[in-house]
Design a protein around this ligand. Sequence first.
Ligand SMILES: [Zn+2]
Length: 355
Amino acid sequence: MASDEKPICHGDWHPRGSSRSVETRLVERDGQVRAIAEDGAELAAAVFSRLDITARVGSIPRRIEFPDGSLFETTDNDAVDHLLLANGRKRAGFVHGLERFHPRLLVFVVAVFLLSGLVYRFALPVLVEVAVAVTPPVVPKLMSVSTLETLDRTMLDETKLDEAKRRVISDGFARIAAKSARGASAYTLNFRTGGAIGPNAFALPDGTLIITDELIELADGDTEMLIGVLAHEIGHVELEHSLRQIYRAAGMAGLIMLIAGDVGDSVEDLLVQGGGLVALSYSREAEAAADRHSVELMQDAGYDPTAIARFFEVIEKKLGDTSDTNILSTHPGTPERKKAIREYEAELHRKKTEN
Ligand SMILES: [Zn+2]
């Protein structure tokens, strides 16, 4: 009877395994969903629970498969949702979607995630090492110049420190830079107001170091501690940590692009804006290695080798965990870290006295 027939929507019906298409309307009658041709002929029918309905994905046409293998296709997504809703499928939401997910697609997605996990874990570090090894010196130079330019434009400002204060720090810096493997000429120290970066010190891959007025103020005249921090930053340069970091970030962005088809804003910012370089924290191993470098350089230059540990102690007390861009966020002065620094100093001392 046409009287108790409930129209659902219009679309095209395809017989099983055929691309032949018949203009059809979908109706609900006597507890069954029916595909009816324009001439009134019933092409397929089934109770709702036996229908296979694809999940809604944007404006992609929905497909409803009848038990006989024939397909009904419609662009009327709302009507299909309404049909689902009317049959109590609302709460099924996500799980229902997963059910309808083609198992092969699920396997593919899982495989992609596993693969990218493996690439990240094993291939990326290798690629980064290769990239570092083949990078001509001009590349870190260019990276550093553009990074400092960006930082100066966006975050950093001219130093407000007076000449005499800067001189003391520059002289100390020259002393440790002279003891470094690359030599004093490989390093330049820049003074800036940190702004959003706050109290901080960091190194760019080409040996350009930046120290902020805010950090210097926090040190409260204890230049030796600051030199210890700069020695640590020289360690990051000599061990090529920052270059590795950039390549790792670039590789990650590549991976994300591979999976998502697009690099998210944050990753893009990270790569484009120099600020990302500062926010990128090094691995714990890299930090420990840079700490040991600081101990060695400071000792060679005749300073307190454990000044960097002392620095962490003092700064932690003064700074707390108030900001997430300051030097403590990228260089957490954990008790283990301070202990490791002191132990390394003792070890060097022992070796020295044994010889
Ligand atoms: Zn560091």
